[in-house]
Ligand binder design. Sequence first.
Ligand code: ACO
Length: 357
Amino acid sequence: AIDSGVARVIITDWEKYKDQLEARLSVAREFTRQIIQRARFTPKKIVFPEGEYEKIIKAAAKIVEEGFGTPILLGDKDTILKIAEKANVNLDGIEIVCPGSSPNLDKYAQQLFKMRQRKGVTEVEAYRLLTKITNYYGALMILNGEADCLVTGYSRDYGNSVRPLLETIPFEKDYKTVSGSYFMIFKDRLLLCADTTVNLNPTAEQLAQIALQSADTVEKFDIKPKIAMLNFTNFGSVKCERVKVIQDAIKLVKAKRPDIIIDGDMQADTATYAPIAEEAFPFSEIKGDANILIFPNLESGNIAYKLLYRVGSGTAIGPILQGFKKSVHVLQRGSDVHEIVYLAAYAVVDASIKQNI
Ligand code: ACO
């Protein structure tokens, strides 16, 4: 009897959970479908510097099937062909480029040498970087218009994946930093969380740029930004340096974009739960309805999005790299095929917007 009671409770909970899960998944499916649909309107060349990995090859084939781009796999042709054959992947519509034997190698080496010669890179080192760390080769393809967007990061840690991009790709607008964000999708809302991947301990200027870049990201999807600058405090409830940094950042954002709704410092529930905002902080520009959450540092941003994803059952799309003039994005290491495909679709949309500016 006890067993069946337990089973009944589990089944009842599962039914409730299943409904919620279904609702969330339908919002998530709709949003990802929207991204892929938009990508199909403007297919692009997508370079994958880690072309010798099975999941990247499978993702490339899926991109061809979905019809939103021409994948370019960097790597040794024979190795890629062997992996594709073993995994039963059709390589039609996919280009393969081997950096070491590419006719562009000399040109790219000269360009990289010129770019980095006062940053310790010799001519010999430029060749080594291009052939051994293929993110450099991919970045040069982007700079030369041989590819429109780049998706990397599958096989290496985030810092080492993003560094070659920081060293070569210019920033958009007058940004001096870049940042990472995730769309977190729930059944009844969509949140963009930043910075979840790049800046360890952002200054007021960096926090302001992270907020502005996040506004750029949601505006690509015709979403009006409502930015909450998060902390453990509510509107100066504790006087400390980190609160001042946030308040200074808000002033900087307002000076640049007076049209944007931004407020803080505030706690995460003040930003997302209307009753708290209405009862205690009616003066706030955010009424519990923030759609962008800016975290005070990388620890809080990275921990929060992973908890929302794993325990809070949000669907995550990202990490999206914000602030670069070109569409270059770094995956979470070991991403699954569908995550690679979604980020590639976002990269195509991003490239098409950036090419039209
Ligand atoms: N914005 C813009 N440019 C930058 C930034 C930034 N935030 N950080 C470094 N740079 C530039 C530097 O100015 C330098 O340019 P230069 O060589 O032309 O002068 C270049 O990038 C390289 O600088 P380094 O000093 O080598 O880079 P640094 O050691 O500061 O590392 C990095 C930068 C890799 C982004 C570092 O801040 C980092 O490790 N961040 C955290 C990454 C991470 O682990 N994220 C969490 C996991 S990701 C996930 O969960 C999906």
